[in-house]
Design a protein around this ligand. Structure first.
Ligand SMILES: Nc1ncnc2c1ncn2[C@@H]1O[C@H](COP(=O)(O)OP(=O)(O)OP(=O)(O)O)[C@@H](O)[C@H]1O
Ligand SMILES: CC(C)(CO)[C@@H](O)C(=O)[O-]
Ligand code: BAL
Length: 369
């Protein structure tokens, strides 16, 4: 019988929760691994028992988007590994690594709650597919980057995985080291966990395309599964970074999903040209920006559109006309600028809305038969 090493902490010892005003320890159903060898021991044991493993890579600050990926993994595997690691190499030197939300205790509680639900679910051992969360992998920086300290410099030294030209397009144009960092850390995670299946969210659509390409080109023995984008009722895509948005920027930030929806409507109405489809999206964004610029600094939330793209689903090359047999990816990024003047009593986000926030979103325009 496997017994956890010191590195595989039982969450019982790692988390506390408030219950009726009193702090109490609660026992939990998964193990937390901080190093590679103990997790590998566990993986070998699962392999011997013919169990299947689904890996859900995350950077923590968990929300319903992450939970839906875990549910999907539970429907398709017996055991789920959730990794929580804020990977420094995917943040550019001037990006928000330092302020990226870190909510370890709350994350564990959410995972515990979900596991209870999965255990009660469809089958005797777990959710509809029988799966439950078996392990959390929360490595240290030294574990993930054992030789050289991680660098975010474009020409910095290190062992990196690069997937070009995909990594240079769309998000990569504004975040030049982003996908090098993502591909590198995911290669490490896949090597460590050896998952049968890996789960990624469509919200980060370029990441999905790149991971698929990486798995194909490096013959990585895993199946890439993509979960749908989970949204707030008004359409805003859930994202860990949404906590930075106070009510004013949150309301205006909806412009991205609204612009993409307008473009999707044109496609559904039979239009296939770039000009028509992106024109519809730009009109929504331009109108909103003009409206905001007309308001007082204490009332407005300004934003910059980084890109709105209509691209081929595999190459991510921009397309002039949608090929009906391939469909296209409609995607965009906007930067919500810091608010200029807060009102008394205004609901502000984490960081008091002084941090610029990059929002991304996309819609898949499916091939027509
Ligand atoms: N709204 C969502 N719906 C479905 N999957 C999501 C959603 N948001 C994130 N994911 C997926 O969860 C996984 C982990 O993402 P991550 O931890 O970076 O969260 P995030 O919300 O994307 O954070 P960020 O604010 O950095 O974009 C990724 O595969 C990502 O695509
Ligand atoms: C896949 C990932 C966990 C790699 O750090 C990250 O890019 C994310 O959360 O989308
Ligand atoms: N989910 C994307 C992670 C990032 O923006 O760094």
């Amino acid at each position: 019988m496997f017994s956890p090493t010191r590195a595989a902490l039982k969450t019982a010892a790692a988390t506390t929760c408030l219950n009726g005003g009193a702090k109490r320890l609660h026992t939990s159903s998964f193990e937390i691994f901080r190093d590679v060898s103990s997790l590998r021991d566990r993986r070998r044991q699962l392999q011997k028992s013919m169990r299947t493993v689904g890996l859900v890579p995350t950077m923590g600050a968990l929300h319903d988007g992450h939970m839906s990926l875990i549910r999907q993994a539970a429907a398709e595997n017996s055991d789920i590994v959730v990794s929580i690691y804020v990977n420094p190499t995917q943040f550019g030197v001037n990006e928000d690594l330092g302020s990226y939300p870190r909510t370890w205790e709350a994350d564990l509680e959410k995972l515990e709650k979900l596991n209870t639900e999965l255990k009660r679910g469809g089958s005797s051992s777990g959710g509809p597919g029988g799966g439950t969360i078996t392990a959390i992998f929360a490595p240290t920086g030294k574990v993930m980057y054992p030789t050289l300290p991680p660098t975010s410099e474009i020409n910095g030294y290190g062992s990196f995985v690069t997937i070009t030209p995909l990594a240079t397009k769309l998000e990569g144009a504004s975040r030049p080291v982003f996908f090098r960092g993502v591909a590198t850390v995911c290669t490490k995670l896949f090597n460590i966990v050896k998952p049968d299946r890996v789960y990624f969210g469509q919200k980060d659509v370029q990441q999905c395309v790149i991971i698929r390409r990486m798995v194909k080109d490096f013959h990585i023995d895993t199946d890439v599964r993509i979960g749908p984008t989970v949204r707030q009722p008004d359409g805003l895509a859930m994202s860990s970074r949404n906590v930075y948005l106070g009510s004013r920027r949150r309301a205006v930030g909806l412009v991205l999903s609204q612009a993409l929806r307008a473009a999707e409507k044109d496609f559904k109405d039979g239009k296939v040209s770039r000009q028509d489809i992106l024109g519809a999206a730009r009109k929504v964004a331009d109108t909103k920006l003009l409206e905001q610029k007309g308001l007082k600094p204490s009332e407005r939330a300004l934003f910059e559109v980084d890109y709105i793209s209509l691209a081929d689903p595999e190459s991510l090359d921009e397309v002039d006309t949608i090929d009906a047999s391939r469909g296209a990816i409609l995607s965009g990024a906007v930067k919500m600028m810091p608010i200029e003047e807060a009102q008394t009593g205004e609901k502000l986000g984490v960081g008091e809305d002084k941090i610029a926030v990059r929002l991304i979103d996309n819609i898949i325009l499916s091939p027509r038969d």
